[in-house]
Design a protein. Structure first.
Length: 747
């Protein structure tokens, strides 16, 4: 395994070109600039306050210029009077100082030469308008960019322009107040660009509204966009679509709150190629703590093969998997905490530890160990949402950061997807197949820890707790780790006897406007006398390991079929029961026969039963399970592949099984509204399934937007919190009965 730390060994060799060093220098320079800017802002704020005083006492225009000027307090002096041609006929000492300090008298000059070229047209239009009106009473307030005496600074002024009639002449009265949010001047930007012209880092300067004011040559080299392409544009121009709305929301919230942001972006070059950039953004503030500019430094980290780029990347990424390392994870956690505490929301971290990884290394060698780690990291990344982060924090330890608010049930369901993705066998190059198992622990912000070290420590403790309890996943519970581990494996045999198991039913409906209910998925729960409600994820894997799942599975089938016959007697239309089946259940040679007996006993048509088998299990059963599945199909029982897409199997191989339906894995549905990639994947699944004569159900549908996409793609059925959470049998009956009934209380 690659455990060397090139940072330590090769830092000296690349010292002169280290982009991190240049970035640091650049940042220091930017700080100095920010300081200068702050001084300038202070002066401007003074003028601003004075202007407010004038506005309070004046602002009426139907007075002569002399009356107006007399009324202005002596301390207020930034005003000009011009004739209708723009010639300055009078200038206050303040205006003289601001625009022509030590230079020629303003009187007799034309106002044009002090107006920034970009605003000349505004002034022409104003003068033309006033001359056209030829009268008083027309006051205009505009923002004007004026140049100072050195022509080195441009300052945005709030200008109150009033035409004033003086004898037979029309004069313009320009009352000027420097605006505080002037941002960096063109000259300052030029200086910054000069300083950074031979830098390897790209530099991008935006104004307070986020529009680009300037870029340096390195930026153009990296992106292919010249300064003239970029100036005045929104940097969105470079967007690759790889970051979703959630990402940008967190980015802006963090930047606004913390004043800076560092991290990785995927952007698109002018030639259309997507590249990875390491970006460091800083907000420049004025003395009122308002942001006036954004300065970003970027490094292209797409090709991680050059030493310098590797160094920039290494500090924050794991060298084997390329995943974010602990340092970057801690950065992101800090950001997530700022956002969550501001929005009074929560988030969750999950610690994942590979069980018995050391023996894999010892037995098969480090190369195979590395392969396993690479495969695990790829599967983890494919399972979580774009906005979530997977980091490698130790040899065989990974952490998932679930950024958006999640409730415990969602977290369990994500943990379940992770476990099922990792349970699929890993194919080694020599044809051998390896299976791994993992332990997972979760900690929620803020209830399980409100600082980074505590939250990580508690997720780690929860993971060890899960390991010790013989569970696959557990949340952190204060004190739970020190309890003697209950033997859930033993308890589960007792659960049936003690009648602690019960079922919930989740509706499956058509995605069209009618939302007709076609069936429901049967979901098992365990109300343990001491531990309370337990989710399947906590006990199904244990039951699978010790064989209790076989008895449990028959109980589920029996209870669900009995329930369906009661519902039918209660007037429910023809519904299909979807029952989850573990691979261990299929190993029972009597399975098909027992299923037939249960159906017969409750008078249920075999076609009203659909058995859900996970994709990973189905792949295992390609050989010996095929005949058992075929037996069931011959009885007209339907077979569905659950969590389809999570198990890396090829559809063409699955096609040899007698499958009636695919259930698209929730992880694809989750991103449907934001991600074109997810839409393309579900479109492809639905299209291929239809071509192979299979139906498709999408699970985990939570929003109308997801529903719309699925409906437009021809998905047959949907299931999820949007249309109905898992509910008790009674609740389901009143929910599914034809209209006119009271909606039931959901469980
Ligand atoms: P599954 O078959 O993929 O079941 C769907 C899971 O997603 C359920 O979790 C359900 O509560 C959850 N879910 C449904 N709609 C949404 C939604 O809109 N958003 C989110 N985030 N989650 C949603 P549950 O009940 O915890 O079940 C977890 C897994 O446990 C099931 O995954 C299934 O594989 C297994 N399982 C459940 N009951 C049985 C059973 O009777 N026998 C066997 N062998 N396995 C079962
Ligand atoms: Mg299922």
């Amino acid at each position: 395994m690659n455990t060397a730390t090139p940072m330590a060994t090769s830092a000296g060799a690349v010292k002169a070109t280290s982009p991190r060093r240049n970035l640091a220098t650049l940042q220091r320079q930017l700080f100095i600039y920010a300081q200068d800017l702050r001084d300038l802002m202070e002066q401007q704020a003074l003028l601003q306050r004075r202007y407010q005083l004038v506005l309070q006492s004046h602002g009426r225009s139907n007075q002569s210029a002399d009356v107006l000027l007399d009324a202005i307090p002596k301390s207020i002096d930034a005003y000009l009077v011009t004739d209708s041609q723009g010639e300055i006929v009078r200038a206050s000492p303040g205006a003289q100082r601001a625009f022509a300090s030590g230079g020629p008298e303003l009187k007799g000059k034309f106002i044009w030469q002090y107006i920034h070229w970009s605003h000349l047209e505004i002034v022409t239009t104003l003068l033309a308008k006033f001359v056209g009106v030829g009268a008083t009473g027309a006051v205009e307030q505009r923002k004007l960019v004026l140049l100072d005496s050195t022509m080195q600074r441009d300052i945005i002024y709030d200008a109150l322009v009033m035409p004033v009639r003086k004898l037979d002449r029309l004069e313009m009265f320009w009352l000027l107040s420097a605006e505080v949010q002037s941002g960096l001047s063109d000259i300052e930007i030029q200086k910054l660009m000069l300083m950074s012209s031979d830098c390897a880092e790209g530099l991008l300067i935006c104004d307070a509204s986020g529009l680009v004011r300037s870029v340096n040559p390195a930026f153009s080299r990296i992106t292919g966009y010249s300064a003239s392409d970029m100036v005045g544009e929104n940097p969105r121009l470079l967007s690759s679509g790889r970051q979703d709305a959630d990402f940008y929301r967190s980015y802006w919230t963090y930047l606004t709150d913390a004043g800076s942001w560092t991290g990785e972006f995927f952007n698109r070059k002018k030639n259309g190629h997507i590249y990875a950039e390491w970006k460091s953004v800083r907000a420049v503030k004025n003395e009122r703590d308002e942001t006036v500019s954004y300065i970003s430094a970027i490094v292209d980290i797409t090709h991680r093969d050059s030493e310098a780029q590797q160094l920039a990347n290494l500090a924050y990424h794991d060298s084997l998997t390329g995943l974010p390392n602990r340092r970057l994870l801690e950065d992101r956690l800090t950001q997530a905490m700022v956002i969550a505490s501001r929005e009074a929301s929560n988030f969750c971290v999950m610690y994942i530890d590979l069980d018995k990884f050391k023996p894999i290394n010892d037995e098969f060698g480090h190369q195979v160990g590395d392969l396993v780690l690479l495969e695990v990291s790829a599967r983890l990344q494919a399972t979580v949402r774009h906005s979530d982060m997977v980091a490698r924090v130790g040899g065989d330890e990974f952490v998932i950061l679930l950024q958006s608010p999640v409730n415990d049930e969602d977290a369990y369901s994500i943990a379940s997807s992770v476990l099922s993705a990792l349970s699929a066998p890993i194919q080694l190059p020599d044809g051998k197949v390896l299976s791994i198992s993992v332990s997972m622990g979760g900690a929620r912000y803020p209830i399980d820890g409100d600082d980074v070290p505590t939250l990580l420590q508690n997720a780690d403790a929860a993971m060890y707790g899960a390991k010790r309890f013989g569970l696959d996943f557990s949340f952190f519970e204060t004190g739970s780790i020190v309890h003697p581990a209950p033997d859930l494996g033993f308890e589960i045999w007792k659960a049936l006897e003690r009648q602690e198991l019960y079922l919930l039913y989740q509706p499956q409906v058509t995605p069209d406007k009618s939302r007709t209910v076609r069936g429901c998925e049967v979901l098992l729960r365990w109300k343990h006398a001491v531990f309370g409600d337990l989710f399947p994820l906590t006990f199904i894997p244990i039951a699978e390991r010790n064989g209790a799942i076989v008895a449990l599975g028959y109980w589920v089938l029996e209870t669900a079929c009995q329930q369906l016959s009661q519902w039918q007697a209660g007037g429910l239309p023809d519904l299909t029961l979807s029952v989850n089946i573990s691979s261990r259940q299929l190993q029972d040679p009597q399975f098909a026969e027992r299923v037939g007996q249960i159906l017969l006993a409750h008078g249920i048509k075999p076609s009203s039963l659909e058995l859900e088998i996970s994709e990973a299990d189905a792949m295992q059963y390609l050989q010996d399970g095929r005949s058992r599945l075929s037996q069931l199909r011959e009885m007209a029982v339907k077979i569905a592949i659950d969590d389809f897409g999570s198990g890396y199997s090829s559809l063409s191989r699955l096609a040899s099984l007698p499958i009636h339906r695919l259930k698209i894995d929730q992880s694809f549905v989750r991103d449907l509204a934001q991600s074109g990639e997810a839409r393309a994947i579900s479109d492809c699944f639905i299209g291929v399934a239809a071509a192979m004569g299979m139906q498709v159900t999408a699970g985990g549908v939570e929003s109308e937007a997801q529903m719309e996409v699925l409906a437009s793609q021809g998905c047959n059925l949907v299931q999820g919190y949007l249309t109905g959470k898992p509910m008790s049998a009674e609740a389901f009956l009143s929910w599914a009965l034809p209209s006119g009934q009271q909606p039931p209380e959901r469980v």
